[in-house]
Design a protein around this ligand. Structure first.
Ligand code: ZN
Length: 146
């Protein structure tokens, strides 16, 4: 019993019965994106992947998968967050320039607040989207590392 619990604690791949992902790519992508936007475990969807706004759980409470598979795993999430902040920040500036009568200083204040605030808001979503993208590309059965 204790050995069974130990083996389960060391497992990084959820048992197939607990991993609830469609095999068809289209459905799988939809399920993964829904789970990412809900900040749920990408593997099973059965539990929140985050303990707080800034903290990814070490393991899923439901399927026991280890979220941060290796050191530096979430580097891709930082890239996603940066790209989204840049695109939306530039979009906000263009929208302000085209459709507002605000002064230049007011537009700069809004743009700076937007560019600082958006990455903070988007932080957990960038991580959950990164996990979903990674799981879409590297399916657990294809990688012995998990
Ligand atoms: Zn899970």
């Amino acid at each position: 019993m204790a050995a069974d619990r130990q083996a389960r604690a060391e497992a990084t791949i959820p048992p197939a019965a607990r991993m609830n992902l469609p095999t068809a790519s289209g459905r799988r992508l939809g399920v993964l994106l829904r789970r990412a936007l809900a900040l749920r475990c990408p593997y099973c969807g059965g539990a929140p992947a985050f303990a707080g706004w800034w903290t990814v759980r070490e393991r899923c409470p439901n399927c026991n998968v280890k979220f941060e598979r290796e050191e530096g795993y979430f580097l891709g999430a930082y890239a996603i967050n940066l790209i989204v902040a840049e695109i939306l920040g530039v979009g906000a500036v263009i929208a302000l320039l085209l459709w507002s009568d605000l002064s230049t200083v007011a537009m700069q204040i809004i743009a700076v607040a937007f560019v600082i605030g958006l990455p903070l808001f988007f932080f957990p979503y960038s991580r959950s989207l990164w996990m979903a993208i990674d799981l879409m590309i590297h399916r657990p059965s294809e990688s012995p590392r998990r």
